[in-house]
Structure formats: C-alpha cells, structure tokens
Ligand binder design. Structure first.
Ligand code: CP
Length: 335
C-alpha cells in the first residue's frame, strides 16, 4: 500500500481485509511485525487520539515513530510558495517535509483545512501540495476533506456493535459548537456509512448542508452498496428507527471562510445538543458516536456521553487497531 488517503481508493474486499486484520491484531498481537521500521508523524494541526494511537500502534507492532509539530521547538515553518523568507519563519515545508519523510519508511501527515476557500479545500490543495513533496508511502491523518483512519475505525465500531450494514439506519447530525469546524469528519463519515451500505440521513439546520460534491459521492457509494442518503432538518423524522447517531459540528458551506457571517448563522442553534429526547423515535438501543474531542453540554449532554448509548471510548480505541492494520499492510513483509 503506497497511500492511505481516502476509503474511496479501496475496493470493498480491501476494506474488509483491513477490518479483518485489525480484529486479528487485537486477538493475536504481532509485536515484531514492523521491527526496524520507522513512521514519521507530521502534525501541522493539533491532536490527541491520532498522535497517541499512531505511536501506540507502531510500538505494538515492534516499530518506532517520531513526531514533528509546529508547537515543538522547531524553526518557524513557512508554507507559502514563492515567498521571500525575511520574516520569523526560518524553514520552508519544501525542505522540512522531504527531510522528515526521509527519516522514516512511511509518513503520516495531518493538515486541517485552511477554511478560507471551499473550492480549494474540496480539491485538497494544501494536502496534495505536501504529499507532492515526498516519495515515501503516506497516511492521511486528517486533511481538509478526509479522515480515513477515523472512517476505518468507525466502520469497525459499527461491526463490533453488530449494527447492520444493509438496512442499518445511520444519522449524521450537525451539532452546535462555538466555532466553525472543518468538513473532514462529516464528509468522510457520510461516505463511510454510505459505502457500508447503510441508510444514512444527514440531519442539519438550514444553511449547513454539506457541499453537493460530497453528497453526490456518498449517494453514488450508497447506490452501489445497497444503501441510501437523504437530508432532513426535522429531528424526529430523521431519527425514526435510527440505530446510530453520529454527532459532529461543521462549518456552514454558504458562509464558508466568513467568520462573522458564520457566527450569525449559529445564533439560536444552541439547542442542537444531543440529549435523551433526541432518541424518542429512534431504535431502543440507538448508540451515540463521535470522533472526539467533544464539548460536553455543548455538542452532547453529559448524560448521553456517560450513559449506555455512548460508544465513543470503544470507537477511539479502534483508531489504534485500524491504524495497526494500515501500517501492517503498508510496512509489513506482506506489503
Ligand atoms: N478523532 C481525532 O482525530 O482525534 P484527535 O483530533 O485528537 O486526533
């Protein structure tokens, strides 16, 4: 495997093989599978789970890893092309990224969306500019529109909780957040659930529809796999029979990159905080998922997060197992 960038790059058989491998590595650890291998981890955006789970995954497979982020005592990093570097930044990504990549056998890169221009972010311009600088295998640790490690872990979580693929009802719900957040998790989660063949409803207030190209990609995946994709602003209708509610806040696409307009649109939407009354029309055992980090009492109530519906800790542990499978395929002897 040369790149793990988007679930859409893999066949159903390849995804099934990764999930099976993740389960096998959980049951039967392979502590020397990646002996002598090094994973470079470049975090241009913050993280807790991705950083810790990749380091744990490499250690559990007998390899090693190192982390570079702008928060560390590195030289200031410049990313603008064609710039005269007479300011604070002393190093350009055009040297830094290939150097970091050259120390490892593969590199993981995290670079959130700039959220200035929707077309630029949909085209993954920034992430592609980074991967164009390297020739080692790479893993997308979250870019403007993709978070494939989260998606693979979430697919495994749905399997672990016996949520049916075909016929299973998955609600991806917008939730309130004081800040405008990127589209990577909602976009790629929508694709994951549609690709799994589920009946997916995107529940969101007016003005927070996901971009057409993201919806079209999910609809195509659903149609090919026996599922469906719908949108709704009506909570009770959307939650009818739901087996999963996956909450996430995301930016408005109509006010994308306009902080003041976005704040205006969010006013009065504070009640988009998942609580028990959301589940009135859902399946009795409907579960709550979230990629984390999550703001308690803002995105979801404490009662839901601490109660039996929540599977967020299991979901987060699956990040490590899913990434072990990816690393095993990318760097193991059977690659
Ligand atoms: N879900 C996720 O990617 O978490 P972090 O941002 O903490 O890595």
């Amino acid at each position: 495997m040369q790149a793990f960038n988007d679930l859409a790059d893999f066949s159903n058989e390849e995804i099934a093989a990764l999930l099976e491998l993740a389960n096998r590595l959980d049951r039967h650890p392979e502590p020397t599978a990646l002996r002598g291998k090094v994973l470079s981890l470049l975090f241009l955006s913050p993280s807790l789970r991705t950083l810790a789970s990749f380091q744990a995954a490499m250690t559990r497979l007998g390899g090693g890893s190192f982390v570079i982020s702008p928060d560390m005592s590195i030289h200031g990093l410049e990313s603008r092309p064609g710039i005269v570097m007479d300011g604070a930044a002393a190093e350009h990504i055009r040297e830094a990224v290939p150097v970091i990549a050259s120390y490892g056998d593969a590199i993981g890169i995290r670079a959130f969306a700039e959220r200035k221009n929707l077309a630029t972010d949909l085209a993954e311009t920034e992430f592609n500019a980074l991967t164009d600088l390297i020739d080692t295998p790479y893993i997308n640790m979250e870019s403007a529109m993709n978070h494939p490690c989260q998606n693979l872990a979430d697919w495994k979580t749905l399997d672990d909780f016996d949520v049916p693929a075909n016929g299973g009802k998955f609600v991806l719900s917008w939730a309130y957040h004081p800040r405008a957040l990127p589209l990577a998790v909602p976009s790629s989660t929508l694709y994951m659930a549609a690709r799994r063949g589920m009946d997916v409803t995107v529940l969101r207030p007016e003005g927070f529809a996901l971009p057409d190209s993201i919806m079209d990609k999910a609809r195509t995946a659903a149609a090919a796999n026996g599922g469906s994709v719908t949108e709704s602003e009506d909570r009770e209708e959307a939650m009818q029979g739901a087996q999963i509610i996956y909450a996430k806040s995301w930016s408005s696409t109509s006010a994308y990159g306009d902080r003041i307009a976005e704040q205006e649109m969010r006013k009065g939407l504070e009640h988009w905080c998942v609580d028990e009354d959301w589940f009135a029309s859902a399946a009795t055992d409907c579960r709550f998922m979230h990629c984390l980090p999550v703001r308690r009492g803002v995105v979801v109530s404490e009662a839901i997060l601490d109660g039996p519906r929540s599977i967020v800790i299991h979901e987060a542990r699956n990040r490590m197992l899913a990434q072990m499978a990816v690393l095993h395929q990318m760097l193991g002897t059977g690659q």
